[in-house]
Design a protein around this ligand. Structure first.
Ligand code: ADP
Ligand code: TYD
Length: 210
């Protein structure tokens, strides 16, 4: 049986990694073999591309270059990790996927979501998440959390206005695809968010076994 593909989305510092660790435990307790990936990254080549994209010294990087580099890192991740894991029936949980490009490059940078989906459909061979969790919180709250965690990268150093466009972009995108993208209030406690995520996951698992 084809595996399950879940993506976790939201502004920087919205709690994606925290929730992925909890969700991973849940899938394993249900007997799934899991694969956790992060974007950009998750393969040797994609991690190299990540170093280029997020290097804060590369202030001259053009928006098209940025969009295509994210798509390249994604193409390698899909070919090398995600597609084989799904074919083997595993549960894949990805820290960001195609919607990050739609929101950050399409809306944040203003390249347009249609253009972004076009290049990314090519990069991903049409593979899309079965379910996407959108952790919604004010941009400033996420950035403050990210600031406490590590040195800020090239994207995190963008203006608060950019990150507010991203946070709003996610809300708009979720409305465009409400069947797949589920929005959760990420200002709540870690445990409350986990429970809210599980409600959606359980519906997906029930539908698959029906
Ligand atoms: P992301 O992967 O989206 O960047 P993280 O999971 O790394 O986010 O979380 C960013 C920071 O916020 C971490 O220090 C984490 O411990 C903290 N954090 C995560 N979830 C919550 C929450 N619900 N409330 C408060 N702090 C949180
Ligand atoms: P990530 O390491 O997940 O950041 P965080 O843990 O702070 O959320 O992602 C790196 C940055 O790259 C983040 O600022 C979002 C951005 N990004 C895009 O702009 N487009 C994309 O397609 C992806 C995958 C990430």
């Amino acid at each position: 049986m084809q595996g399950i593909f879940i993506s976790m989305e939201g502004p920087d510092g919205s709690g994606k990694s925290t929730q992925i660790a909890l969700l991973n435990d849940y899938f394993q307790s249900c007997g799934y073999e899991t694969v956790i990936t992060r974007e950009p990254g998750g393969t040797v080549i994609s991690e190299k591309i990540r170093e280029v994209i997020l290097n804060k010294d590369y202030t001259e990087m053009g928006y098209m270059t940025e969009a295509l580099l994210y798509a390249s890192a994604r193409a390698q991740l899909v070919t090398e990790v995600i597609a084989p894991a799904l074919a083997a029936g595993k549960a894949v949980i990805s820290d960001r996927f195609i919607d990050s490009s739609a929101v950050y490059q399409g809306m944040g940078r203003g390249l347009g979501i249609d253009n972004i989906y076009k290049i990314n459909r090519f990069a991903t061979q049409g593979i899309m998440p079965d379910l996407t969790i959108h952790l919604d919180l004010p941009a400033k709250v996420g950035l403050d959390r990210a600031k406490d965690r590590a040195a800020l990268d090239r994207m995190e150093l963008e203006s608060v206005t950019f990150h507010e466009r991203v946070a709003q972009g996610y809300r708009d995108l979720a409305k465009l695809d409400p069947k797949r993208i589920h929005t959760i209030d990420a200002t709540k406690s870690i445990e409350e968010i986990h429970e809210a995520i599980l409600e959606h996951i359980k519906v997906l698992l029930d539908n698959r076994s029906a």
